[in-house]
Write a protein that binds this ligand. Structure first.
Ligand SMILES: [Fe+2]
Ligand SMILES: [Fe+2]
Length: 363
């Protein structure tokens, strides 16, 4: 049931989602922070892989808990508690660093509305961090009342920021691994999969496979990397022949959207071809694979927000069910050929996959 508060929150979130003036800031910050996803080990740690889910929501309670505890001591404590409140305020400032790094890691592959909400979340957190740092400084210089006021301002900003963070994770799905979502037990009620369901499901599966390749070693990594190249060759061949073609035909500005996606696909293909020259267990492979993983995830995000969402609005879900079926059939044919032919070079895989997709009826 919608309440007045829901409506207000929806409106506020909608205003941030549509704030296009945040895009240049988002692009600049993303460029600056992109190294966080380039090193496989750093990316795995920041992404919470040892935990099995993103680390950011768990880590943010450390600075927030410290700051809230300091404010409780401010309110209910006495003179003996000044030092403890100051220490907790400073501890929160230090603990905000891992919270910021894990959040930035999860935000990096986003684009469009999710990137904008992330920029607003980051800006509020930065302002809040300035307040708490000033509070710690004031408390250290013996100006306790000023310290308390700065802490209160910081808590207010943190509260708004935490709400935006919740919107990002729970409404916009940043950091959510959909492939781990419960299977559709109520399949009787589930409508047939459309093109968007098919491709989003594959993007999640590719993301999981890249995660596996990054964490595996030796033979297992080599096997995973071969499967990744086959899956990507089939996935992109079908997208280029069917999806991007549809985008060009049907969407206003479709030519530019499709060309931008194909440029990203060419860049990833070149990176995959280059990667084949390295020993999968070498440092060079690790470093380049981290960059490829980041680029492929960003590409998937761009397709979902800038291409698939628009196609779904334009054609409706029902209109995209047959397209999803055609894409699936074309990819299955391409994968069959790739396995039968046993090719291991990525440029050759691309040729075979394109040929198989072209031979699929209706593709
Ligand atoms: Fe693609
Ligand atoms: Fe894709």
């Amino acid at each position: 049931m919608k309440t007045g508060l829901n409506t207000l929150a929806d409106r506020a979130a909608g205003a941030v989602e549509n704030a296009a003036f945040l895009d240049p800031v988002g692009a600049g910050v993303a460029r600056l922070l992109s190294p966080l996803r380039q090193n496989t080990l750093v990316s795995a740690l920041l992404g919470g892989e040892p935990l099995g889910h993103p680390a950011h929501p768990a880590i943010v309670v450390l600075p927030l808990g410290s700051w809230i505890s300091a404010s409780i001591l401010d309110v209910v404590g006495n003179d003996e508690h000044h030092d403890a409140a100051r220490t907790l305020t400073g501890a929160g400032v230090v603990l905000a660093v891992p919270a910021a790094l894990t959040g930035a890691h999860d935000w990096l592959p986003t684009s469009g509305s999710r990137q904008r909400v992330g920029v607003a979340h980051w800006a509020l957190n930065t302002a809040s961090l300035v307040c708490f740092s000033t509070s710690w400084l004031a408390r250290t210089r013996g100006r306790r009342s000023a310290g308390m006021r700065w802490s209160l301002a910081g808590l207010g900003l943190s509260a708004v920021s935490a709400w935006l963070g919740g919107h990002l994770a729970y409404n916009q799905g940043v950091g959510v691994r959909r492939s781990n979502a419960p299977a559709a037990e109520e399949s009787v009620e589930t409508p047939p999969a459309d093109l968007v369901d098919v491709l989003v499901g594959q993007h999640r599966a590719l993301s999981e496979l890249m995660r596996h390749v990054a964490s595996a070693h030796g033979e297992e990594r080599a096997r995973g990397f071969l499967q990744l190249r086959r899956d990507l060759a089939a996935h992109e061949a079908a997208e280029q022949a069917i999806v991007h073609r549809l985008t060009r035909q049907d969407l206003p500005g479709g030519e530019a959207i499709a060309t931008a996606r194909e440029d990203e696909e060419s860049k990833a293909a070149a990176a995959l071809t280059e990667l084949e020259q390295f020993d999968p267990d070498s440092d060079d492979f690790e470093q380049r694979f981290g960059q490829l993983r980041h680029d492929v995830e960003a590409h998937a995000e761009h397709e979902e927000t800038e291409e698939l969402a628009r196609l779904q609005r334009d054609r409706g879900r029902d209109g995209l069910v047959p397209v999803g079926d055609t894409v699936r059939a074309a990819q299955a044919a391409a994968l069959r050929r790739l396995v039968e032919d046993g090719i291991t070079s990525f440029p050759a895989m691309v040729e075979v996959a394109r040929d198989a997709v072209r031979s699929t009826p209706q593709a």
